[in-house]
Design a protein around this ligand. Structure first.
Ligand SMILES: [Zn+2]
Length: 213
């Protein structure tokens, strides 16, 4: 076969995921639709969980080897060493196999809980950067515009080691600051706790501590 996904090729360093030109597009689609990235940590969105479960064990779709071997064979065709018709035939066979497997798998899909997560994201206030609704996610609150305009407004649910309640986040949006919160951990001295209000610095566009007088 001109290409197939088998583990032998993991050893083959010439295999690549996509090309230089397509790679950044792939990453940007992933970060817009399926995950949220905050301070170098990647958080899965419910949309991402649906995708992963739906693809499941469909190895042709989930393995980098499929794309890698396709790219490699296309290069061979370029050099006159590969056959276009066997490439097309192989692609047809794989596509048929993938679709048949997905139809079979779909019978056992249950995405009700994820759908609820996606639809029921609660609005906690309006974005400080663009004014769109800010929605509650699993580990943070983020601007609902992030998929459309890349607005990166986001507040973590845990600040300086202290979980921030939804009531306090709503208060931050309506009054400009939270209630006095106790139990923040100092970054330099983790044993030392401190208390502060949380506010939003409009100029620096970031969350700030406001200390009681
Ligand atoms: Zn926004």
């Amino acid at each position: 076969a001109p290409y197939c996904a088998d583990k032998e090729d993991f050893k083959n360093s010439e295999l690549q995921l996509g090309t230089e030109a397509t790679r950044s597009g792939i990453v940007s689609i992933i970060t817009k639709r399926y995950v949220n990235v905050s301070k170098n940590l990647v958080y899965m969105l419910p949309e991402g969980r649906v995708l992963i479960e739906a693809l499941g064990e469909n190895n042709y779709l989930t393995s980098v080897l499929t794309s890698g071997r396709m790219e490699r064979y296309l290069k061979q065709i370029q050099k006159g060493e590969g056959s276009v018709s066997s490439f097309v035939k192989r692609t047809e066979d794989i596509t048929k196999e993938i679709v048949e497997k997905l139809i079979k798998d779909a019978a056992s899909w249950n995405f009700v809980e994820y759908a609820k997560d996606i639809q029921k994201a609660e609005e906690v206030g309006l974005c400080k950067k663009c004014g769109a609704p800010v929605l509650e996610r699993e580990t943070f609150y983020s601007c609902s515009n992030f998929k459309k305009t890349n607005c990166d407004f986001r507040i973590s649910k845990v600040v300086a080691g202290k979980p921030i309640s939804k009531e306090n986040i709503k208060k931050l949006f309506t009054t400009g600051q939270t209630s006095l919160i106790k139990g923040f951990k100092s970054q330099k001295k983790p044993d030392k706790m401190f208390e502060a209000f949380l506010g939003w610095d409009e100029d620096k566009n970031k969350l700030i501590f406001k200390f009681p007088q």
